[in-house]
Design a protein. Structure first.
Length: 239
């Protein structure tokens, strides 16, 4: 279902938004079965609108990936993101204001505006194929909280994560944000996905087959770390 609210309905804008929602549903393999459109002139300035939505899925209880199979020696397969993925934009706006940058600023072949507005990658279909064909031990969508907080949620107590930040190149947009915003490294890792939008935890021997599946879906991936024995106090280490 979707929800679209605005001060005064602009049919052309609304149609474009709904087209985008439909495209997202197609990529995720779900159906847009209805929604609500509301006009509230006292709530929104001209040209502003509010958009929300949700989806519901189902899984057999015996097939829930709750992380219980994760073990020391498992590897982390990081799948590339397309950009900030809808997270960290309060900080992004502060950095933009501080830097006084314009959207056409070149970031090595991609403008700042395009880098910040790139649509979030939808991983549903390739990840479902991974689950069906390769039995990963756990999955983590890297949203708010970044690599520091999202992966560890699916790792059992007594285990930790060692992430090698040298295993992939920090995309230029995140490098620019860190430099212009004077953002400390830990805050960067906690706020943004830093180029890794999804992480699969799996046995080391399954990595090749899983990466081949992801490549077939047009997704770049790499091993970015491993599961290690660790204390409950310091469970995530990024070098």
């Amino acid at each position: 279902l979707d929800y679209f609210a605005t001060g005064k309905l602009d049919v052309e804008v609304t149609a474009q938004v709904v087209e985008g929602i439909v495209e997202g549903c197609v990529r995720a393999g779900c159906a847009l079965i209805g929604g609500e459109t509301a006009e509230m002139p006292d709530m929104y300035a001209p040209g502003e609108y509010d958009l929300a939505g949700f989806c519901v899925g189902a899984v057999e209880k015996t097939q829930i990936l709750d992380g219980h199979a994760v073990a020391a020696g498992d590897v982390l397969i990081g799948i590339d993101s397309s950009g900030p993925h809808s997270n960290g934009y309060s900080l992004i706006r502060r950095v933009l204001e501080r830097a006084g940058a314009t959207p056409d600023l070149d970031l090595g072949g991609l403008s700042l505006g395009d880098a910040l507005m790139a649509p979030t990658t939808i991983y549903v279909k390739p990840v479902l194929e991974l689950i069906k064909a390769h039995a990963p031990h756990a999955l983590a969508h890297i949203t708010g909280g970044g690599l520091l907080e999202n992966i560890i949620r699916v790792v059992p107590e007594g285990l930790g994560l060692h992430i090698d930040s040298r295993s992939w190149r920090l995309p230029p947009v995140f490098d620019w944000l860190q430099r212009e915003g004077a953002i400390e490294s830990m805050e960067l890792w906690r706020t943004f996905n830093c180029g890794i939008g999804f992480v699969v935890i799996a046995k080391a021997e399954d990595v090749g087959a899983m990466q081949a599946t992801l490549t077939a879906h047009g997704l770049a991936s790499r091993v970015i770390g491993e599961v290690v024995k660790g204390s409950d106090n310091h469970r995530v280490r990024i070098d």
